[in-house]
Design a protein around this ligand. Structure first.
Ligand code: GDP
Length: 446
């Protein structure tokens, strides 16, 4: 990790090319920059941020920057880039492969949201046409099996567990074997939650891992964990080979700074974030909005700047108005789909909204995603103007859905899938409600 930081510092030196590095530490100008103050707060909590803070102070010499440079912007950008790099361990996580049984084991502290996340993960893949199954290997916590059973039943996902068997190794082995026989392609094993000091439970986790030979071990972490994050994540990594991280409860107040520690300790990337208690409140991890939020820049600051950068001024007010009203109609979705398909500059803009492009157009699956978006658009072509322009999500009754399905020559299920997507994107969109529209380049309004 130190090597990684050192490399980053070298890069930054290259970019900013500063002669008198120490000057910044004493610079009054630097002290007034909110991002630096924030990094200072973060640094008190997380060790690796402290190193980064020192490095940034050393390399960005505000006094030496020519007048007219936006100093705050330069500092902000340097910190932003550093944090983005820290979130990238330089390793692509295992992604489930079609046509074989992928075994995914979930580990994490009790209460971190592990059981909930197992179902969210299964549901996410189920919606994409996978055949997931859940195995409850948590025999430690009373009620764990019932919880998993309840979640799984709601999502119509097969599950395996036992009220009487107390050996988690046996249960997990049996569960995985059974679902392999049933040709499930994503077998998810939920293990007992634990605290760092519980050596016996760590040993149990190791044995479950040995018995089920997971393709991927996912460490689930609560975003509010704070200072303890590094040690906890490291303790898990030492027992099983963690390959990816999921951060939960990002809908709460916590900014999720612990994720930096989790990535550093496990040398694994964050792959998803949990944004609520419900099954569909789960998003593919997207580093830029995450770091924006961490820095308190507001999720939308980069987004707003990008809009000003790439969009003709005369078109800005209309879109911004729609955004600040928070109303999301099917017609707006249609227009955004057009933008995404054109891969024009606006696509860059929307890639900055969490949940928009990363979900709609995951890297490496552009072709499939484009086909899906086009399919959605043909279904929307069979809708009436009233339906497209209504902000009432309940307007699409069963009979209207049936009519659209017939008109577009698609199954009712597919129209419903499109409406689900509309609901999901509407949630993302509604976060923009009440957004103050800053003037070009002025981020302080956010
Ligand atoms: P486990 O002990 O790690 O298996 O944790 P659970 O899955 O039982 O979750 C603990 C609590 O956190 C439950 O009340 C969940 O509903 C809640 N929870 C899990 N993920 C999220 C999330 O992303 N957001 C919110 N708000 N709550 C969550």
């Amino acid at each position: 990790f130190v090597t990684l930081l050192k490399k980053d510092v070298d890069n930054l030196i290259g970019i900013h090319c500063i002669a008198h590095r120490e000057a910044l530490a004493a610079s009054d100008a630097a002290k007034k920059i909110p991002e630096l103050l924030f990094v200072e707060k973060l640094a008190n909590k997380f060790k690796m941020v402290k190193d980064m803070q020192l490095n940034i102070k050393k390399i960005v010499n505000l006094d030496d920057l020519a007048a007219g440079h936006n100093k705050r912007r330069i500092i902000q950008q340097a910190i932003f880039n550093e944090l983005c790099k820290m979130m990238d361990p330089g390793k692509t996580p295992y992604t489930p492969k079609k046509g074989r049984p992928n075994v995914i084991m979930f580990v994490g502290l009790q209460g971190s949201g592990k059981t909930t996340t197992c179902t969210k993960y299964a549901y996410h893949y189920q919606r994409k046409g996978w055949k997931p199954a859940l195995v409850c290997a948590d025999t430690f916590r009373a009620g764990a099996f019932d919880q998993l059973k309840q979640n799984a039943t709601k999502a119509k996902i097969p599950f395996y567990g036992s009220y009487t068997e107390s050996d988690p190794v046996k249960i997990s082995q049996e569960g995985v074997d059974r679902f392999k026989e049933e040709n499930c392609d994503l077998i998810i094993v939920d293990t007992s939650g634990r605290h760092k000091q519980e050596a016996a439970l760590f040993e149990e986790m190791r044995q479950v891992s040995e018995a089920t030979k997971p393709d991927l071990v996912i460490f689930v972490m609560d975003s509010s964990i704070g200072q303890a994050a590094f040690d906890q994540a490291q303790a898990f990594k030492q027992s099983v080979s963690v390959g990816a991280v999921i951060i939960t409860k990002m809908d709460g107040h916590a900014k999720g700074g612990g994720a930096l520690s989790a990535v550093a300790a496990t040398k694994s990337p964050v792959i998803f974030i949990g944004t609520g208690e419900h099954m569909d409140e789960f998003e593919i991890f997207d580093v830029k909005p995450f770091v924006s939020r961490l820095l308190g820049m507001g999720d939308w600051s980069g987004f707003m700047n990008k809009i000003h950068e790439v969009m003709p001024t005369d078109q800005q007010p209309e879109l911004l108005q729609k955004l600040s009203e928070g109303t999301f109609t099917l017609r707006i979705m249609y227009e955004q789909f057009q933008n995404i398909l054109q891969m024009g500059p606006l696509n860059q803009v929307f890639s900055m909204i969490p949940g928009f492009s990363a979900e709609l157009m995951p890297k490496g699956q552009e072709k499939e995603s484009q086909a899906r978006i086009k399919k959605f658009m043909t279904m929307m072509d069979s809708m009436t103007n009233d339906e497209l322009d209504s902000a009432n999500q309940k307007l699409m009754t069963e009979s209207r859905i049936l009519r659209v399905a017939r008109g577009a020559g698609r199954a009712v299920k597919e129209v419903k899938e499109m409406l689900e997507e509309y609901k999901r994107l509407g949630k993302v969109w509604s976060k923009m409600k009440g957004l103050k529209i800053p003037k070009k380049g002025d981020m302080s309004a956010l």
